[in-house]
Design a protein around this ligand. Structure first.
Ligand code: AKB
Length: 341
């Protein structure tokens, strides 16, 4: 008898950390954590099993399902936007072929145990591509269907994988004599830039916000790679975890779409700097824009329209900018670096 589990890929990343902490407090969920690197020590006692390996290794995935019955997959593994620009072919393999491997695995599992497999997919504001700053200013809150013209490999990968997931959930093998669903219950969230108080992102382009805050708390100078007017939507990590688990728990009958924007607050790099200086008055933060990375940020929206998520499954962020800085980021990061000192 195989053990029913929830698989988290890319478990060692920022969202993985938050999700594992969350599931460790939920009695009936056993997590198998898959990552290229060994799971961080602090998380090891919080999962049923850890697997070190690559989502591109089909044999590894098959060995996994010989031992476990997958009831849900949180597919977090990806190369983020900046890193993907340095190795676009690898990014395509990991982000697209890796996702397809997991969609196929979810389908096989659903057929095997005769019930739908929940497939949660973190997508991104990187799927948007605004042609210029005038357009960015004019359409402050983009809807899911607007401006889907990504300028990065990562954005192209996320947009395509959203559509692959939608295909698996709604149209899989639609021409077969007896069309049935694939059994893959695919649900995606388009995350804004995420800011965690306890982990640092690697390889993203919205990273200037967490980097600025963490550098200030650690007493390190920081040169921001975008200009002070560069503006993006952001979200505190606890809200991101809540959004994932809330969408996962929503009855499928409530979902009018498979892919949802979610928003929390929108800040420019200059506004983040002012908030960081208010909390850490000695911080040394300068602006030294990197033309290419700043252009990526300029192509992403200043904010998103998340009306559909609010209407369909009750999305409402708990952290606006004041609460995110005042009650989560500043106190938690300060404690974290005080403990390191
Ligand atoms: C990145 O910067 O690549 C990510 C994202 C916005 O998806 N944080």
């Amino acid at each position: 008898m195989r053990r029913p589990v929830t698989l988290i890929t890319g478990a060692n990343g920022e969202i993985g950390h938050g999700l594992i902490e969350h599931f460790s407090r939920v009695a009936d969920v056993s997590v198998v954590a898959l990552d290229l690197k060994p799971l961080d020590e602090g998380l090891q006692g919080k999962v049923a099993a850890t697997v070190v390996g690559d989502i591109l290794e089909v044999d590894l995935l098959q060995r996994l399902v010989s031992e476990y019955e997958l009831r849900a997959i949180y597919h977090l593994a990806a190369l983020l936007s900046t890193r993907a620009e340095y190795s676009p072919d690898t990014a395509h393999r990991v982000n697209v072929e890796g996702t397809l491997n997991l969609l196929k695995l979810a389908h096989e599992q659903a057929v095997w145990h005769g019930r739908p497999v929940l497939f949660m997919f973190p997508s991104s504001i990187a799927v948007y591509g605004l042609p210029d700053l005038e357009t960015k200013a004019a359409c402050a809150r983009v809807r899911e269907v607007d401006h889907n013209f990504p300028t990065t490999m990562y954005g192209c990968n996320k947009l395509y994988c959203e559509q692959l997931g939608r295909y698996y959930a709604q149209y899989y093998r639609q021409l077969s004599a007896e069309p049935r669903t694939s059994g893959v219950d695919f649900r995606a969230l388009r995350f804004p830039g995420l800011i965690s108080a306890t982990t640092m992102p690697t390889g993203g382009t919205s990273d200037f916000a967490p980097e600025m805050i963490h550098a200030a708390a650690a007493g390190r100078p920081y040169a921001c790679f975008v200009g002070e007017h560069a503006r993006l939507p952001f979200m505190a990590m606890p809200d991101a975890i809540r959004a994932l688990t809330q969408l996962a728990a929503a009855p499928v009958s409530r979902l009018r779409q498979r892919i949802y924007n979610i928003g929390a607050f929108s800040l420019s790099a200059g506004e983040i700097r002012r908030r960081v200086l208010a909390a850490f008055p000695g911080a040394e933060i300068t602006f030294q824009p990197d033309r290419a990375r700043a252009a990526i940020v300029d192509s992403w929206p200043a904010d998103v329209d998340d009306t559909a998520a609010r209407q369909d499954w009750g999305w409402k962020p708990e952290y606006d900018a004041d609460r995110a800085f005042g009650e989560y980021l500043v106190p938690t990061i300060s404690r974290y670096y005080a403990g390191q000192a």
